[in-house]
Design a protein around this ligand. Structure first.
Ligand SMILES: C[S@@+](CC[C@H](N)C(=O)[O-])C[C@H]1O[C@@H](n2cnc3c(N)ncnc32)[C@H](O)[C@@H]1O
Length: 328
């Protein structure tokens, strides 16, 4: 979509210089980066699978980046606070350059544009493909939008802007925590977020170890702080690429699903597949899901037995045992 808006802008007379260097903040795809006219393109992203994909495509970048660039492109994420943070960060990375901001209407580009315009004049704007692209001269006036510092929420948990459930404990995860029987042995927490479930297990259950796997670099960093315990190890990884070094007695998870496409359970199914692959023969999977998400068929394919052990109008907690194709 960025490509479509950029093409539209160029067709309608926008002057995009041939930049020597450009940094993209939170690009979805390498093809978006290729579309921009710059000799060298770097990126900032904190979601592990995206970082791995862009790196494999030959782009340089990661969750942080050093250097100064001639231009920066902000690919607007869903979180309003994170989007503002990225605008300020872009201005720091290209302090003498032009900042391009691109996003879909559903991602709040309209209100972000209004907020930017209230602080500094825009040089141009195009509307196309259900979104907008606007640009302006970098300025230090967005310093108040910096959201890199940690925040403390209930029970002293540390979180950061843009991570899952940054403002409060997720009600689905709390529902799962309440439904758990006492767990012991080696545990894996897949999609661990800022570490709520693991913290609960470390404090209330007789566990030997917990491995937390989380794709969002900022969430993984918070999880390290929230689960500061010698039994816990946090992996910044996507579940597809993470290679477990042992087999587990239990897996706990509150798997993600695409919010944009309601009820899209593919991600959750991939999590179930991973859980089945890393559990011991007698290992158990404990998962919470939104009531409407159809995970039962996948569970019945990958586990000998499964049942719902708790539920309400919003959530269900599923317990599956006897993983098929286990390694032990
Ligand atoms: C519904 S949240 C649950 C977070 C946490 N368990 C909690 O209770 O607060 C799902 C988490 O999975 C992470 N995630 C999404 N895709 C992932 C992937 N491919 N590999 C690992 N983690 C992923 C998200 O960043 C998010 O933190």
């Amino acid at each position: 979509m960025f490509r479509a808006r950029l093409n539209h802008a160029q067709r309608t007379g926008m002057q995009v210089a041939d930049y020597q260097s450009c940094v993209h903040l939170f690009p979805e795809d390498g093809s978006d980066m290729d579309a921009f006219p710059a000799d060298a393109q770097a990126f900032v992203h904190r979601f592990f699978p995206t970082v791995a994909r862009l790196t494999a495509q030959g782009f340089e970048g990661g969750p942080t980046i050093k250097g100064q660039f001639d231009a920066a492109v902000v690919h607007v994420p869903r979180s309003k606070q994170l989007a503002r943070h990225l605008v300020n960060w872009a201005c720091q990375l290209a302090p003498d350059g032009i900042i391009y901001v691109d996003g879909a209407k559903t991602q709040g580009i309209e209100s972000l544009m209004k907020a930017v315009k209230a602080i500094t004049p825009l040089m141009g704007v195009v509307s196309a493909a259900h979104g907008r692209l606007f640009w302006f001269h970098a300025t230090g006036q967005f310093a108040l939008w910096d959201a890199s510092s940690l925040r403390e929420i209930e029970n002293g948990f540390k979180t950061q802007a843009g991570i899952f459930s940054a403002e409060h404990i997720d009600p689905g995860s709390a529902f799962l925590a309440d439904a758990l029987e006492p767990l012991s042995g080696h545990i894996a927490d897949l999609g661990a977020g800022w570490g709520y479930l693991s913290h609960h297990l470390l404090s209330e259950h007789p566990v030997s170890s917990i491995d937390l796997v989380e794709a969002d670099h900022a969430a993984a960093s918070c999880a390290r702080l929230n689960c500061d315990d010698t039994r816990a190890q946090v992996f910044w990884q996507g579940i597809d690429s993470w290679e477990a070094q042992k087999s587990y007695d239990h897996v706990v998870m509150n798997p993600p699903f695409h919010e944009g496409r309601k009820g899209e359970p593919d991600l959750g199914k991939a999590f179930i597949r991973k859980a089945a692959g890393i559990l011991k023969k007698k290992g158990k999977l404990w998962m919470v899901a939104n009531r409407h998400l159809p995970y039962e068929e996948t569970l019945s394919q990958l586990f000998v037995d499964f049942r719902a052990i708790a539920g309400d109008k919003r959530f269900k907690v599923l317990l599956a045992s006897g993983p098929r194709n286990t390694r032990l």
